[in-house]
Structures are given as structure tokens and as C-alpha cells.
Design a protein around this ligand. Structure first.
Ligand code: BES
Ligand code: ZN
Length: 634
């Protein structure tokens, strides 16, 4: 079977792709101040309310050729212009549709491309119209898509495509108002080469026919653009419950279903805390290992890394996390990226509550200790302004920079602080009210602070002081009121580690304790900066760390070997860095390597091999560290 490009739509209407590539502007174009600084959309003038897509997925050309019909809600009666976000899109035509659906060509222009924002597509109207239709093609290197060749998949027979739209990459595959301030419903006709399956953040049907090459989707709840998602490949399905299933390449689907068998339990636990799950089905798509994140909460279809499938369910807090977003984020959404803690902090808090409900307090405590350790480490490297929950507007910045443990872990910690002060009964009700009363809305930190004041602080006086809240939200570092998580199981790990370091126990006796993932991670995190080669030999002999299939362990072990100049681990490091593209897992090892001239040389060699398989997001992170390291060590 051939993966022909775009025969369905006359290619002749599309000018050649290179000719249309927007030139990189030398000077940044700044977006309007009152609006989301990471989007060109002027949401006070007009808003997109529905998107109807018709997309042809071409694996040969690595392009999507599409039509996007946008329904418009004009907010300002004098407005005659619509600004959409695009990045590296080639726009063929723009038509204006009148109320009867009659199309007429629109006058439009693509502005200069900004490195972060992309290029505005500006459409002029003689009179306000209810719809426009844009015909366009994506760039083969669209920042929000990854095209995998057959050899980059587990099955090796079929290519694979997946999107990652958050934070501002939806604009690289659909022209739209790419700001979380705008919500829209959508439908899509997706044309793919047979016998591949397409899935979206919409109503996937497990028994959709693979015979026609056409998949139809509907998302009838309004969602922000960053939740727009698509994947195409040789994807099998296995049901795991009444409203849950896993989707994965055929060779992965059984293992994935086993690992994620508790998903329904997690949904039930979350519903008990925060009310009904409002999205219908909750399916999980397991992607190839180049997926740059752990998970992405695409509604109705979480996208997940295969690196959490380790056989013992020890990393399924990822599912708890992405599921939690069905309330914190997908239902109640940050209106711009400076307020991402409202998404990720709330979600990390809810994640812990789900883990506690399904796996018990000990498991939740261990995970909290590990997260808080990570937060302290990361915060030590961050500028004071980036250590705040309430960040300044991200004008001129890439919103991915706001994605730090501050939003996640300091955010969650703040909610735990409130929970302790007010007690669970009161706090759970408060949080449920926040989700209910802001469902399907986009909100900012000020809205939350006002809600907090009215519904918690004023109602239950004397429990917290304004200065305490202020410290959490607006001051760098951790406030005095941050009570560290504790774990009795970890206390044992710490004791065992001291004994080993003091020579009172050997590594084999540590391994005999059969620690789980979290205990092993905690063991590794408490070791000194460097160990002797013979200590590393001993640990590796007992625990088989080199070549571990557990990325959370690899992420801690390999940097330790690098800092210790333990070059025996290098072949395993190379395989790890080439085989996995999840950014969080690989970055610590890349960074450790780049700290010495010898390591840097090794890293450059490995990067040359890893790069072709990496997602643009991970490539960009490694490249930027590499550039920095080379400046220091020319
Ligand atoms: N929504 C995020 C991923 C994200 C955030 C992508 C911002 C791009 C920009 C997702 O829910 C997430 O937080 N994933 C974590 C999982 C984890 C905390 C369990 C990840 O990918 O590591
Ligand atoms: Zn998240």
C-alpha cells in the first residue's frame, strides 16, 4: 500500500510549499496588550465558536492539507478584521461564507512571522459574516506534529503521526485563535491512508471501520485550542472498563491495558470528590517513545508516553494526573499561560488525591516527597520572578518557559496548605464549587483569588492570614507555611542508604528489600553528587540500573554515573537517549554530559543519532542546552 500524498485536493491550487514559507521576521511583532500576549487573536472583537475541519493526512509529504471552517461570534459591531494564529502554514485561499453558506473570496494577508508567535493571518471583511473557510497546508516540520517513519514505530510497518498542541502549537496545524481564552466546539473529517486509524480529542469510536480511510469526529463541548489533538497510525484498541479503553500499536495494547486497568477506579474516585466526569469516554492513547511529554490531557483521549508502562502500575499517577485535568484545565481553563498553575497546580493536587484514594496514603506521600524534592532542585535554578505562582504576563516569552515545577508542585502544595488549614470537608467542597461554577470557562489568577476570598477565607475567618496567602502566590521560594511531605517508607530507604554508605550493608541486601519505583528513586536522589566506580559497580550489579526499562530510575541513575565519570554506563546512556524522546526523562542526562568537555563531545555524537527520532520540542531543548554548553566550552 502506498502512502500517496494529497491527491484528493487539487494540488495545483496550492502554491509550492517553500515559496509560501513565511520568512522569519527580524523584529518581533507584539500582540495586543489587553489580549493573550501569546496570540494574535483580538478576542474583544470576534471569537471563533466552532471549527469544522476536513483534513487529508499525507505521510509521504509529511503534510496535512486541509480546510478549516470557522464560525464567528462578532463582539464589536465595528470590527471588520479577523486575526488568526498560524505557524509555518501555507494558506491557499480564504473564503467568506454568508448566512446561506454562499462562499466568496476574502482578502487576506499573512503577516511577518515572529519566532515565538508565528504569523498572523489577517482576514478583511466588508461586512461581518458568520463564517470563513481557510484552505491550507502544514509545513513538514510543523512544531505541533511529529511524523514518524515506519522504522520509528514498534510495528515497523506503518508510519505514525501525532499532534502536541499545548501550549501554542495548534496554530502549526490549524489556523485558529490559539489562545486558551477562546473555547469552541469542533467536528472533523479526517482522511488517512488505509488501513490506518485516526483518533482525536473527540468522540472516538472503538469500532470505527478501518476500511474507508475516513474518520469523522465531533466534540460537542467547547474546548480551548491547545486541546485540539490528532493521531494516525496502526492503532489497536482494548477496552478496560465501561467508559475506558487503551489505544496503542498492536504489540503494546495488551501491556497497556494491564498497566492502566485501574482507570475506571480513578474516575470513580475523582467523581466522588469533584462531581461527574463530564466528557463521556476517557480513553488513553499510548504513543511511540518519542512523545515529548509524559502525558497530554486531550479531552476524551489522553495521549501518553509508553515509558510509564513498567509492568507494576507504579507510574500510573500519570493517568491520575491527565484524568484530573478533566476538571482542572479542561473544564476550568487558564485564560492565558501566565496562569498555568491554575491548570497544572490544581491538577497535581487532584492527582495526589486520586492516588491516595486508589492506592493509599503511603503511595501518595512517597510521590509527594519526590515531587517536592524536584521542585526545590528546579527552583534553585529559576529567576525569582519565575518562582511565583502568579506570573507576570508572558509577553515576548515562549509559554513553554512557564512550564516549571513551580506551577505544578508549588501550586499543588499551596492547595494542600489550604486543605490542612480548613480541613478536608470544607476544602473539598470549596474546590468542587470552583470547578462547578467555572465549568467550561477560562479564568485567571485574580478570579481564583476573589473566589478564594469569598468562599473560603471570609466564610471561615481566623484560619489563614492575608500575608500567608500573599507569600504563596506572589513571593519567590517556598513560604514558611509549606509543610514538607513525609513518608515512613522513605525513612527506611534513607536508613538503608546510610548503612550502605557507611559500609554496614552491601548493595545486594538493599536490593533484596525489593523496593518499588518510588523507593528506588528516593534512594538514588539522596546519594552524593559523585560515587566511586566500585560503588557504582556494586549498585549496578545488585539493581541492574544500566539499561533499566524504568525511565524514572534511568533519569536519576545516568546523571549520577556521568558526574562520577563512570564511563561504563555510556553504551546504556546512548541507547537510552536515542530510544526515548520524553523530554523530562532525558534532559538531566543530556545536561550532566554537557558539563564537561569530554561529556559534551560524547553528547554531540549521540545527539547526531538521536535527533532524527526526536520530537521538535525535545530537539529544541537539547539544542538550546548544547548551544549554551558550547559557548562555555568552545
Ligand atoms: N498538560 C501537561 C503537558 C504540557 C503542559 C504540555 C504545558 C505542554 C505545555 C500534562 O498534563 C502534564 O503535566 N504532563 C506531565 C505528566 C505528569 C506531571 C504526571 C508530563 O508530561 O511530564
Ligand atoms: Zn498536567
Amino acid at each position: 500500500m502506498a502512502y500517496s500524498g494529497f491527491l484528493p485536493i487539487a494540488w495545483s491550487v496550492m502554491p509550492s510549499i517553500p515559496a509560501l514559507l513565511p520568512a522569519l521576521a527580524l523584529f518581533a511583532v507584539t500582540a495586543q496588550a489587553a489580549n493573550d500576549p501569546n496570540s494574535y487573536a483580538e478576542t474583544d472583537k470576534v471569537r471563533v465558536t466552532n471549527l469544522a475541519l476536513d483534513l487529508h493526512v499525507g505521510f509521504k509529504s509529511r503534510q496535512i492539507l486541509g480546510k478549516a471552517e470557522l464560525s464567528l461570534d462578532w463582539r464589536d459591531k465595528n470590527a471588520r478584521e479577523l486575526k488568526l494564529d498560524t505557524r509555518s502554514l501555507s494558506i491557499a485561499t480564504v473564503e467568506i461564507l454568508d448566512a446561506s453558506g454562499k462562499a466568496s473570496p476574502a482578502s487576506f494577508s499573512l503577516g511577518a512571522a515572529d519566532k515565538i508567535l508565528g504569523a498572523p493571518l489577517i482576514v478583511k471583511f466588508d461586512a461581518q459574516a458568520p463564517k470563513i473557510r481557510v484552505s491550507y497546508a502544514t509545513h513538514p516540520e510543523a512544531s505541533g506534529l511529529q511524523w514518524l517513519s515506519e522504522t520509528q514505530t514498534a510495528g515497523k510497518k506503518h508510519p505514525f503521526l501525532f499532534s502536541q498542541s499545548q501550549a501554542i502549537h495548534a496554530r502549526s496545524w490549524v489556523p485558529l485563535q490559539d489562545t486558551p481564552a477562546v473555547r469552541f466546539t469542533y467536528s472533523a473529517d479526517i482522511h488517512v491512508p488505509k488501513p490506518l486509524r485516526a483518533v482525536m480529542s473527540a468522540n472516538n469510536s472503538p469500532d470505527a471501520s478501518l476500511e474507508t480511510g475516513l474518520f469523522r469526529f465531533e466534540m460537542d463541548k467547547p474546548i480551548p485550542s491547545y486541546l485540539l489533538a490528532i493521531a494516525v497510525g496502526d492503532i489497536a484498541v482494548k477496552s478496560t472498563g465501561p467508559r475506558t479503553a487503551v489505544y496503542a500499536e498492536p504489540s503494546m495494547v495488551e501491556k497497556a491495558a494491564k498497566e492502566f486497568e485501574d482507570t475506571e477506579k480513578m474516575i470513580v474516585a475523582t467523581e466522588k470528590l469533584y462531581g461527574d466526569y463530564r466528557w463521556g469516554r476517557y480513553d488513553i492513547l499510548v504513543l511511540p517513545p518519542s512523545f515529548p511529554f509524559g502525558g497530554m490531557e486531550n479531552p476524551r483521549m489522553t495521549f501518553a508516553t509508553p515509558t510509564v508502562i513498567v509492568g507494576d502500575k507504579s507510574l500510573t499517577s500519570l493517568v491520575a494526573h491527565e484524568l484530573a485535568h478533566s476538571w482542572s484545565g479542561n473544564l476550568v481553563t487558564n485564560s492565558s499561560w501566565k496562569d498555568i498553575w491554575l491548570n497544572e497546580g490544581f491538577t497535581s493536587y487532584v492527582e495526589t488525591r486520586i492516588i491516595e484514594a486508589v492506592y493509599g496514603r503511603e503511595q501518595a506521600d512517597m510521590e509527594d516527597v519526590i515531587s517536592q524534592f524536584g521542585l526545590r532542585q528546579e527552583m534553585a535554578e529559576l529567576a525569582a520572578n519565575d518562582q511565583l505562582l502568579m506570573l507576570a504576563p508572558l509577553t515576548g516569552r515562549d509559554p513553554d518557559e512557564a512550564l516549571t515545577d513551580v506551577a505544578y508542585i508549588k501550586g499543588a502544595w499551596f492547595l494542600s496548605f489550604l486543605e490542612k488549614r480548613y480541613g478536608r470537608a470544607v476544602f473539598d467542597k470549596f474546590l468542587r464549587g470552583w470547578f462547578d461554577q467555572h465549568a467550561f470557562q477560562s479564568v485567571d489568577s485574580d478570579t481564583f483569588v476573589a473566589y478564594l476570598q469569598k468562599n473560603l477565607i471570609d466564610k471561615h475567618p481566623g484560619k489563614v492570614k492575608p500575608a500567608e496567602i500573599e507569600a504563596w502566590l506572589k513571593q519567590p521560594g517556598l513560604p514558611d507555611t509549606a509543610e514538607p511531605a513525609k513518608s515512613a517508607r522513605f525513612d527506611k530507604v534513607v536508613a538503608a542508604r546510610s548503612d550502605w554508605q557507611a559500609g554496614k550493608r552491601d548493595a545486594a541486601s538493599l536490593a533484596a528489600a525489593k523496593w518499588g519505583t518510588q523507593e528506588t528513586v528516593h534512594f538514588l536522589e539522596g546519594l552524593p553528587e559523585k560515587l566511586e566506580a566500585k560503588q557504582l559497580d556494586e549498585l549496578d550489579a545488585a539493581f541492574h540500573f544500566n539499561g533499566t526499562a524504568n525511565g524514572e530510575i534511568a533519569q536519576r541513575w545516568y546523571p549520577l554515573t556521568v558526574r562520577s565519570a563512570y564511563t561504563k554506563a555510556r553504551p546504556a546512556i546512548e541507547a537510552f537517549l536515542i530510544g526515548i524522546g520524553r523530554r523530562k526523562l532525558v534532559m538531566p542526562t543530556w545536561e550532566a554530559l554537557m558539563a564537561t568537555p569530554e561529556g559534551l563531545a560524547f553528547a554531540e555524537g549521540v545527539f547526531a543519532k538521536a535527533r532524527p527520532g526526536y520530537h521538535p520540542i525535545t530537539t529544541a531543548s537539547v539544542q538550546s542546552k548544547l548551544d549554551g554548553a558550547k559557548k562555555k566550552n568552545p
